[in-house]
Design a protein around this ligand. Structure first.
Ligand code: UDP
Ligand code: MG
Length: 318
């Protein structure tokens, strides 16, 4: 078994030397072969120099340097693409994760789990409203929609079997949802408590606006999990509801026009406008659903993707 540790780095100059010495200290004790892949995500400080120094000392330390800052997800993705391990361990460069926990994660992988998620203990005691509460809510929401109970999706320190990461394609800021995606594909997941230490050097690259981006991503995941294989049912459903509302408004308008007791002309109520709006909206929804159906066909067939995954095969010869 070979281990690849993949670490995104963005302006972490002071953390890198400490991180590397701690990490290599641990890796040299385990009995597997290993490599560390550090991806410099367009740092503007001297991070790259520190990375180069580490790479010069040990050739198992590999460094990729982006042209500019592309984001944490892209850095992770690039590291994974260039890795060769059977097991990939992801972690942050800011020393919030402790490399000492890696052997624990690896033990669980050897027990047969496909994904082992770190669960950071004692986090954000002091920043309840800006950090801890949003994070608890997000974890709860993601657990609900992905049907997998994890306490800490946001913890980057996690170990994955290579095949899992080959399946899961990462876009936007989706690195937070790899376990949720993995669970959706059907992989086996467990979590282990890991140490957490507050950042000492440099600062967090994310502010409170992350809360909203995570919410939008969750919304998208919900759609993905439920309707990826049948988008017309989603858009078509909304379209039919909208068209029915439009029809009701139209019937009401007719009723008022011809009723003796409540006579009102078309221009006296907003009903005709409402009817037009909802019927148009319904038609647009249904057309979007049809487009989405075409898109997923292109998506699956164009890349020769299967819409199912097989864990084991018996007696198939090819
Ligand atoms: N990071 C990155 N590119 C970015 C932002 C962050 O490579 O655009 C790296 C950063 O150097 C760190 C990890 O991603 O190793 C997590 O970032 P951070 O600690 O700022 O996030 P937080 O711990 O606040 O969630
Ligand atoms: Mg951090």
């Amino acid at each position: 078994m070979k281990i690849s540790v993949v670490i995104p780095v963005y302006n972490e100059e002071k953390n890198i030397p400490i991180l590397i010495s701690r990490l290599l200290g641990i890796l040299k004790e385990i009995s597997f072969s290993w490599e560390v892949i550090l991806v410099d995500d367009g740092s503007t400080d001297s991070s790259f120099k520190a990375l180069k120094a580490a790479a010069d000392k040990d050739e198992r330390v590999k460094v990729l340097r982006f042209l500019r800052n592309f984001g944490q997800t892209q850095a992770i993705s690039a590291g994974i693409d260039r890795s060769s391990g059977d097991v990939i361990v992801l972690m942050d460069a800011d020393l919030e994760n402790d490399p000492q926990d890696i052997p624990n994660l690896l033990n669980k992988i050897r027990e047969g789990y496909d994904v082992v998620s770190g669960w950071r203990q004692d986090r954000w005691k002091d920043k309840y409203f800006t950090r801890r509460f949003p994070s608890q809510m997000a974890n709860w929401l993601i657990s609900k929609i992905s049907n997998i109970e994890l306490h800490d999706f946001g913890c980057t320190l996690k170990a994955y079997k290579r095949e899992v990461l080959k399946q899961v394609k990462l876009y936007g800021e989706m690195h937070r949802f790899i376990p949720a995606l993995a669970a959706w594909y059907g992989y086996k997941i467990c979590e282990v408590p890991v140490r957490y230490e507050k950042r000492k050097f440099g600062r967090s690259k994310y502010g409170v606006s992350r809360v909203f981006r995570v919410l939008l991503d969750i919304l998208f995941l919900k759609f993905l999990f439920k309707f990826l294989h049948r988008p017309l049912h989603f858009f078509g459903g909304a379209g039919i509801i909208s068209a029915v509302l439009g029809a009701v408004a139209g019937l009401l308008a007719l009723y008022f026009k011809f009723s003796k007791a409540h006579q009102k002309d078309f221009i006296e109520t907003p009903l005709p406008v409402i009817m037009t709006m909802f019927i148009l909206l319904g038609a647009v929804f249904i057309l979007m659903g049809i487009l989405a159906e075409l898109l997923i066909r292109v998506y699956f067939e164009g890349q020769d993707k299967k819409n199912y995954l097989v864990r084991e095969e018996l007696n198939f010869k090819d």
